[in-house]
Design a protein around this ligand. Structure first.
Ligand code: NAD
Length: 453
């Protein structure tokens, strides 16, 4: 795609947005319903494409589609209510008058998509952009060629490109897109690329939402329900072969139950994936050679409890459990983003808080397993992180009534459900002053008028 083609794609959307066609409720709801139809019609093809790109098991692929579908249904059901201007109070200084907030589209939006949940993370922000009356360009990752091609095909078949379009290609395409002015950039990906996106956006003073990653800690207290805890952590860690932004990255287990935790985890891993896990139909592959090498090299062979097998041809890394890891190990210096779970230990709440403070950034998610409310609440209040799930993993990202996003270096801004609509809307303040009465207080000459304070 040439520079001219890319710039033209942006210009066409700018002109279309200026026609105001995208603003009306009827227009927006029609586009959301079209999206719902086309996603349903193509669900099997998406599942197939996800399998091709990531070796994704069918169940896990449907999981991605179901979350998307739930958000879409929610937007269709509530759009009219969301769009309604909100009446607010008018204070004494502004009387007589009436005040309201109008939800206006931002304009032309750019959505940049990572490789790990390519369907969800292309369309979930798009739902918000459409609901809020914007135009959008979607740029999927080049690491998922089959899924990205299908996303482009589906978008092309559903929308005129002056309204929503999908551009494929390498990072050169992204860089050229970023030369253009957008009204909002929604980026999901790594903190390092997030910095590049934010710097490019700054040139045009374009606001950004950054949905990033990081090391999400899991804390397992000695009073937890151990069997349940182990299963819920492992399912969050090994989904999509660990390539989930909010996957439990590592676990701090209370020293009293560390051995029991390791024993149970080993048993569950073998039970779920067998003693030769490369043969399991329920386990994804690593996206490319670079990430395969990166994750493989993070595994300290002498501390593997179970797993550790790799196959470069298949880009397979077995579900792996590590023991006796500390913050000095390489694996604790970066987001793992693979099917490896390091286990650390802690003695009390102060100890675990000190260890979490050593992480390279504020986590995107935190998981706490305990029956002790005091323990739970202390951690929820004390640890700065994007979101928390108590006694489970990943669930806070599935509930569209909760804001989803990071804090500090794990992200900026949040979305899902109504919050996606809010994110892609400008909240315009409108006050209508009455004309039946005019209080001359603010007109000159001020002379001896009363002091206001
Ligand atoms: P990435 O940052 O490498 O790529 C994200 C997007 O940016 C892709 O479309 C890619 O093509 C583009 N890109 C990559 N390098 C670029 C460059 N130099 N210039 C311009 N564009 C560039 O991320 P990834 O490897 O695709 O995904 C994994 C990361 O994303 C992890 O860190 C993960 O935690 C994070 N993530 C976060 C969320 C979330 O919702 N917070 C969700 C999924 C993934």
């Amino acid at each position: 795609m040439s520079t001219l083609d890319i710039n033209n794609a942006v210009t066409r959307q700018r002109d279309f947005f200026n026609s105001n066609e995208t603003h009306a409720y009827e227009f927006r709801i029609t586009q959301l319903k079209k999206l719902q139809k086309v996603i349903l019609e193509n669900k099997e093809r998406f599942v197939e494409a996800l399998h091709k790109d990531l070796g994704r098991p069918e169940f896990e692929a449907y999981f991605e589609l179901v979350i998307l579908y739930d958000d879409l249904k929610d937007a269709i059901k509530h759009l009219k209510k969301w769009m309604k201007p909100q009446r607010v109070k008018t204070n004494l200084l502004s009387q007589p008058g009436k005040s309201r907030i109008e939800y206006c589209p931002l304009g032309n939006v750019l959505i940049l998509v990572p490789y790990n949940y390519p369907v969800l993370l292309a369309f979930q922000p798009l739902i918000g952009a459409i609901a809020a009356g914007n135009t959008a360009i979607v740029k999927p990752s080049s690491l998922t060629p089959a899924t990205s091609a299908l996303i482009a095909e589906v978008i092309k078949a559903t929308y005129p490109d002056k309204y929503v379009s999908c551009l494929l290609g390498s990072t050169e395409v992204t860089n050229q897109l970023l030369e253009n002015k957008f009204d909002h950039i929604f980026f999901t990906g790594s903190p390092n690329v997030g910095r590049i996106i934010m710097a490019a956006a700054a040139k045009h003073l374009t606001p950004v939402t950054l949905e990033l990653g990081g090391k999400s800690p899991t804390i397992v207290h000695n009073d937890c329900k151990l069997d349940l805890t182990v299963k819920r952590i492992l399912s969050g860690r090994f989904l999509n072969a660990g390539q989930t932004c909010i996957a439990p990255d590592h676990v701090y287990v209370h020293r009293d139950i560390k051995e029991a935790f390791l024993e149970k985890a080993k048993e569950v891993i073998v039970d779920w994936y067998g003693s030769d896990p490369i043969k399991s139909k329920d386990f994804s592959r690593i996206i490319n050679e670079r990430h395969f090498k990166r994750v493989s090299e993070l595994i300290p062979k002498d501390r593997v409890v179970v797993g550790g097998q790799t196959d470069e041809n298949e880009k397979f890394i077995a579900p792996t459990l590590l023991r006796d890891i500390t913050h000095d190990d390489d694996i604790m210096q970066e987001e793992i983003f693979g099917p490896v779970l390091p286990v650390l230990e802690f003695s009390d709440i102060a100890d675990v808080c000190q260890q979490i403070a050593k992480l390279p950034q504020h986590p995107l998610a935190m998981y706490i397993f305990t029956e002790d409310k005091q323990f739970e609440q202390t951690l929820v209040k004390k640890i700065r992180c994007g979101g928390v799930n108590v006694n489970n993993t990943l669930m806070h990202a599935v509930n569209s009534h909760l804001p989803f996003g990071g804090v500090g270096e794990s992200g900026m801004g949040s979305y899902h459900g109504k919050l996606s609509f809010d994110l892609f809307s400008h909240k315009k303040s409108v006050i209508k002053s009455a004309t039946w009465l005019d209080i001359p207080l603010r007109y000159a000459p001020y002379g001896n008028k009363v002091k206001l304070l």
